[in-house]
Design a protein around this ligand. Structure first.
Ligand SMILES: [Zn+2]
Length: 403
């Protein structure tokens, strides 16, 4: 068993950063640096070293959520509290970085590397707290379930799968749904209580391939897509841009992020595909806006044959700040005691927290590092803030059962 005395949180963070776990983002890749499996194996060994039971939940081939449980003073079945800690295992790509993504270095009080900020820093802070709680077992501590989710950076399918798991009651880690959830993301030690939801799908126009010397015998799929694109822009101006902004999360947003079409300059393109994203603040229904946009495109783009819209491949609900107020205030109180300041904020991005909130568990987002440093070419985390996060989470969990 691991001794708390021998444990160094910065070494743990370095280990996590040095294990690439890039989200393949829709590609069929599982060789390094892609996929979470090597991270999952490392985390499983880590938890086993602490003597904690673990559970793997498969969400796709070679991709698993890893769940561990630290029993509290009173079992959840007998009225003890159950707290969920969440940190995702995956990162965005390390391509184009100006520092070595997988060889973490410490300089000027910062640790550099892909995932150091989003969100291996937050994950290592939570794991460090588990080491301390395992060693000290403070009286009255809650049962803590740590969920290391897969596929957060692309589809957020790990968190969705986790709520399905506790709904069935089939996982020994969750004798019942958690009473509260803290989701690690780089919030700069502020507490995020609300954020936007996201919906993404693909839209395809179909033409007919023909040699470019006889363009009229074909149907140009790229020209058809041009009609779709200008209608999307009109819908954005006329509808989305006029929706009221949310006080914490800002306005709704619509974006066409990719376009692919044609194979060769002398062939009339047969197919063109775009990816569309809608982001909505709490109170807006992204799927209702999507259906409205599809109707609009049918009317306004008047394309023959009509553009084909796939069902969304990614859906993440917004996080509403209505049910997590007590949890947020309690955590913010601990942060203020440690650092003298803490704000309750909204965020423009989506997180695992919204799935837990949707399943009925109050959830907030909290962690060390600033979102501006996530996904960057020289991603880093402040080690001061990393150590502060460990102390804050420890004090929060220790006092979570005291009213
Ligand atoms: Zn993240």
């Amino acid at each position: 068993m691991m001794k708390a005395m021998e444990f160094d949180p910065v070494t743990l963070l370095s280990d996590l950063v040095s294990i690439p776990s890039v989200n393949p983002s829709g590609r069929e890749e599982n060789q390094p640096p892609f996929g979470e499996v090597r991270m999952t194996d490392y985390l499983e060994q880590f938890f086993q070293g602490l003597g904690l039971p673990t559970f793997r939940q498969r969400i796709a081939p070679g991709r698993e959520n890893l769940i561990a449980q630290l029993p509290g003073s009173v079992p959840p079945e007998r009225g003890g509290r159950l707290l969920l800690l969440d940190a995702h295992q995956d990162t965005v790509s390390g391509e184009g970085m100006t520092v070595d993504p997988w060889t973490p270095i410490v300089r000027d009080g910062k640790l550099f590397g892909r995932g150091s900020c989003d969100v291996k820093g937050g994950m290592a802070a939570m794991l460090a707290v588990l080491v301390r709680l395992t060693g000290e077992r403070p009286r009255g501590m809650p049962t803590v379930v740590m969920a290391c989710t897969a596929d957060e950076e692309y589809r957020l399918s790990g968190a969705a799968a986790l709520t399905a798991l506790w709904a069935t009651g089939s996982c020994p880690m969750f004798p019942r749904p958690p009473d509260a959830a803290v989701v690690a993301e780089p919030t700069g030690l502020d507490v995020i209580t609300a954020h936007r939801g996201v919906l993404r799908w693909r839209c395809t126009t179909q033409g007919r391939a023909a040699h470019v010397s006889q363009p009229h015998s074909g149907g140009n799929a790229i020209y058809k897509m041009a009609g779709v694109l200008s209608a999307v822009q009109r819908y954005d101006r006329e509808v989305i841009a006029r929706l009221p902004a949310h006080p914490l999360c800002g306005p709704a947003a619509l974006n066409v992020g990719t376009i692919h079409g044609g194979t060769c300059v002398n062939i009339v393109p047969e197919r063109c595909e775009i990816e569309i994203e809608i982001r909505v603040p709490p109170g807006e229904d992204a799927e209702a806006r999507r259906r409205e946009l599809l109707d609009y495109l049918g009317r306004e783009a008047a394309l023959e044959p009509p553009a084909r819209h796939d069902p969304p491949y990614m859906q993440a609900p917004p996080l509403s700040g209505e049910k997590n107020r007590d949890l947020a205030e309690r955590l913010a109180g601990v942060v203020r005691e440690a650092t003298g300041r803490c704000r309750l904020l909204g965020a423009p991005y989506a997180t695992d927290a919204a799935f837990y909130a949707q399943a009925g568990t109050p959830a907030v987002v909290f962690g060390p590092g600033r979102i501006e440093q996530a996904h960057t070419a020289d991603e880093w985390i402040s080690l001061d803030q990393f150590h502060q996060a460990i102390e804050i989470l420890y004090q929060f969990i220790k006092t979570y059962c005291h009213d």
